[in-house]
Design a protein around this ligand. Structure first.
Ligand code: ADP
Ligand code: CIR
Length: 354
């Protein structure tokens, strides 16, 4: 073990421990866990430092840890397990994530029949390709390989899903910014991902696929190898969900995805393991949101997470919040989306009564 790595772990830990950070990494990386793990390595050569770089550099992280490779979840289990249990609301080290189950895709309806509160609805999931490591270990050639595999698979989609792949390397800054402003594309330069060594060779291998109406989109090689997204204006979660399920089933016929017996689908960030599902609405709840702390408290009661208008680590613009299911593990795909459906219905009810 490189003594520099151990020294960096020790000094980074001291600085985090004496900070006011509210991150999960600060909460669970005790001196004992540090001592236990500071000399461990995965067979890919990843160390604990590779997992915690982001949380050590950014004390304002909510979580602060990423898995540099799939094995890290096992080798560094004493730190990943309690964070997983905390984030996913009680998914214990002895729990096993259920098998993929999309349920009855016709069972979900419209969240806001009056069209008064919900501006738009989005459901995304993440996938990693079998045979490739996560971001910090990918070579430039592997980034290009993944892009080629993903874009040629998506080329085969038909009907409503038919669309085109746009590599970031060929995209003008204006087009890129417009796609970001319209909530279709990932933002560039996420400092949490950069610190985790997830932005190497940028923009090589990064890109976006979308159909004509921009209701089905795929992000390539941002935080995960793939992010599959279904979205549209209004509150028709049923339509959005059905489109995502059709697309994932199609893509799965060609691409093999990394799956773990206990953890479900594998992702770079432990918050996304399991179903990898984040079902969200852009919503205006002026009365409830008059007190942000109250909004957060009510949302948490229904296991929902509140984000800003431009996604994670952003503020609300014009009173528009992004509210989604928080946990993604220990429940099925259908249950994760239903958790958001039920919670948003309740929030709307409370708003009406306020
Ligand atoms: P992710 O959802 O992939 O975890 P972010 O929180 O960064 O990542 O969100 C990605 C983008 O998706 C952001 O531009 C965000 O505004 C947009 N977004 C999320 N939910 C919705 C929604 N319901 N309607 C429109 N855009 C949304
Ligand atoms: C953080 O720790 O804030 C970032 N690394 C992002 C973590 C993902 N957050 C989440 O709630 N899904």
């Amino acid at each position: 073990m490189d003594p520099n790595v151990v020294a960096k772990l020790e000094s980074g830990w001291c600085s985090l421990a004496s900070s006011g950070s509210k991150s999960l990494i600060k909460k669970y990386l005790t001196k004992e866990v540090l001592e236990d793990l500071k000399r461990q390595k995965t067979s890919f050569g990843s160390t604990l430092l590779d997992c915690v770089r982001s949380g050590f550099e950014h004390h304002d992280s909510g979580v602060g840890i990423y898995a540099p490779d799939a094995e890290a979840y096992t080798v560094f289990a004493p730190i990943f397990d309690p964070i997983i249990e905390d984030y996913h609301k009680g998914f214990k080290p002895t729990d096993i994530h259920p098998a993929q189950d999309w349920g009855d895709v016709n069972a979900l309806g419209n969240l806001d029949g009056e069209n008064k509160y919900v501006i738009s609805t989005r459901v995304r999931c993440a996938r990693s390709l079998v045979g490739y490591p996560f971001n910090p270990l990918l070579t430039e050639v592997q980034y290009k390989d993944i892009e080629e595999k993903v874009s040629s698979t998506l080329d085969g989609l038909a009907g409503d899903l038919k669309g085109e792949f746009y590599p970031l390397t060929d995209m003008s800054k204006e087009v890129q910014q417009k796609l970001i402003d319209d909530h279709f594309l990932f933002k560039e330069g996420d400092r949490f991902l950069q610190a985790a060594n997830a932005s190497r060779f940028w923009p090589t291998g990064r890109g976006i696929f979308h159909n004509r109406d921009k209701t089905f989109l795929v992000w390539c090689n941002e935080e995960d190898h793939l992010r599959l997204i279904s979205m549209q204006m209004g509150g028709n979660l049923g339509e959005v969900y059905k489109r995502l399920v059709t697309a994932v089933n199609d893509v799965e016929k060609t691409l093999a995805f990394s799956h773990h017996d206990r953890l479900g689908f594998l992702t770079f960030c432990p918050t996304n393991l399991g179903t990898t599902i984040r079902a969200s609405v852009h919503i205006q709840l002026p009365k409830l949101a008059a007190n942000k702390a109250k909004l957060e408290e009510v949302a948490a009661k229904y296991s929902l997470q509140v984000r800003g208008t431009r996604g994670e680590h952003t503020d609300a613009e014009g009173g528009v919040y992004d509210i989604s299911n928080k946990r993604r593990m220990g429940l099925t795909e259908y249950q994760a989306v239903k958790e958001m459906y039920d919670g948003i219905k309740e929030l709307i009810k409370i708003e009406k009564q306020s």
